[in-house]
Design a protein around this ligand. Structure first.
Ligand SMILES: NC(=O)C1=CN([C@@H]2O[C@H](COP(=O)(O)OP(=O)(O)OC[C@H]3O[C@@H](n4cnc5c(N)ncnc54)[C@H](OP(=O)(O)O)[C@@H]3O)[C@@H](O)[C@H]2O)C=CC1
Ligand SMILES: CC(C)(CO)C(=O)C(=O)O
Length: 319
């Protein structure tokens, strides 16, 4: 199958390049960030390294939406939550979307599938989550964090539609790409399980401006994680969202992932450190919203949302 990546940033590059290099499928990249598109065009591709090593230029085809006339079978979308509506509107106006196409996304946070649903048939949407750490060093320069074959992800058809030949082919291509796909039984619990993980790791690392391996050096982190997971589980149970694992196994996942991805600054920190707004409203804020709609107040998550926004605002006073 042919793939088109919308959002050639850290994760868009990671998926597209692994598919192209390992699954040997055709991949085109669409981006609207001018410095990135121009850099790729002038250097003839994207520089890729793994854990800061073995930097090499991989030739790729990169287009602005308005330049593109291809017809991929599947779109892979990786934008920041707050960029998505504008991106989809621009892509749609540029005539990129067609009735037969499928779409996959493993963005962090929640709110993106309702937006994607406005442009694609709901049984053509494949949801995903990615425990894959990637850093965009700058335009046209991406760094895959973690050793080869450490990539791990979940996927499931949106609204639990049955698997069909296309969704199975996407799974097989992701598998050959070494993205480590696991097909989940239920889409919403799968997505929310990643949200509650990011609501611990991304927010704490961002507020303290630290790597995951530094976070886990503090012996109080399992307790802090437990407090946040307890609220997340309480809210999701009231909303009948079946999270993967138990409260305790999710605490353990935080501990294990922080050791495995010890050099990684979570994507939220990458936005924070570059002076951009973070996805916190779509992560802790989304959990808090589920709580409020089910007569449950996630006090800690609501406080954390304020803390991250406070940290964003305070950047102006720092040198
Ligand atoms: N990175 C990761 O490890 C993971 C990320 N995710 C999720 O995937 C989705 C896409 O995230 P991700 O791929 O990380 O984000 P991107 O790499 O796509 O973000 C890059 C965007 O940030 C802006 N930007 C501006 N200046 C810079 C700069 N100097 N360096 C880098 N970027 C700059 C640009 O948009 P503009 O100029 O328009 O602001 C650019 O398009 C998100 O939902 C994220 O949470 C999920 C799992 C892991
Ligand atoms: C890589 C990972 C899993 C770390 O929290 C992530 O989701 C991110 O960086 O946003």
């Amino acid at each position: 199958m042919k793939y088109g990546v919308i959002g050639a940033g850290a994760m868009g590059y990671r998926y597209g390049i692994l598919l192209k290099e390992n699954a040997n499928v055709e991949v085109d990249f669409i981006d609207t960030w001018k410095p990135n598109v121009e850099k790729v065009k002038s250097q003839g591709g994207v520089y890729v390294s793994r854990d800061h090593q073995n930097k090499k230029l991989i030739p790729i085809n990169m287009y602005y939406p308005e330049e593109y006339s291809g017809h991929p079978d599947v779109w892979i979308i990786f934008k920041k939550q707050m960029q998505l509506s504008e991106e989809l509107e621009r892509d749609s106006k540029a005539g990129l979307f067609h009735k037969d196409q499928y779409v996959f996304s493993a963005m962090n946070g929640m709110g993106h599938f309702e937006k994607i649903d406005q442009y694609f048939d709901e049984n053509h949407i494949v949801t995903g989550t990615a425990m894959i750490a990637t850093v965009l060093n700058g335009p046209g320069d991406v760094d895959f964090m973690g050793p080869k074959n450490s990539e791990a992800m979940h996927m499931a058809p949106y609204k639990n539609y049955s698997l069909n030949d296309t969704t199975k082919s996407i799974f097989n291509d992701f598998d050959r790409a070494t993205l480590g796909p696991v097909m989940a039984d239920e889409w919403l619990g799968m997505c929310m399980t990643k949200v509650i993980f990011n609501a611990v790791v991304n927010t704490l690392c961002t507020m303290f401006e630290i790597r995951m391996g530094e976070l886990i050096q503090y012996e109080g982190v399992p307790d802090m994680a437990r407090q946040l997971f307890n609220e997340s589980f309480d809210a999701c149970e009231r909303a009948n969202i079946p999270l993967l694992g138990t409260r305790q196994s999710n605490v353990q996942l935080v501990i294990d992932s922080c050791h495995a991805l010890k050099y990684h600054y979570p994507s939220m920190y990458q936005d924070f450190s570059k002076g951009r707004n973070t996805e916190v409203d779509y992560i802790n804020g989304y959990i808090a919203k589920i709580g409020r709609s089910n007569d449950y107040i996630c006090k800690t998550h609501e406080f954390v949302v304020h803390e991250v926004h406070l940290a964003e605002k305070m950047r102006q006073f720092k040198k």
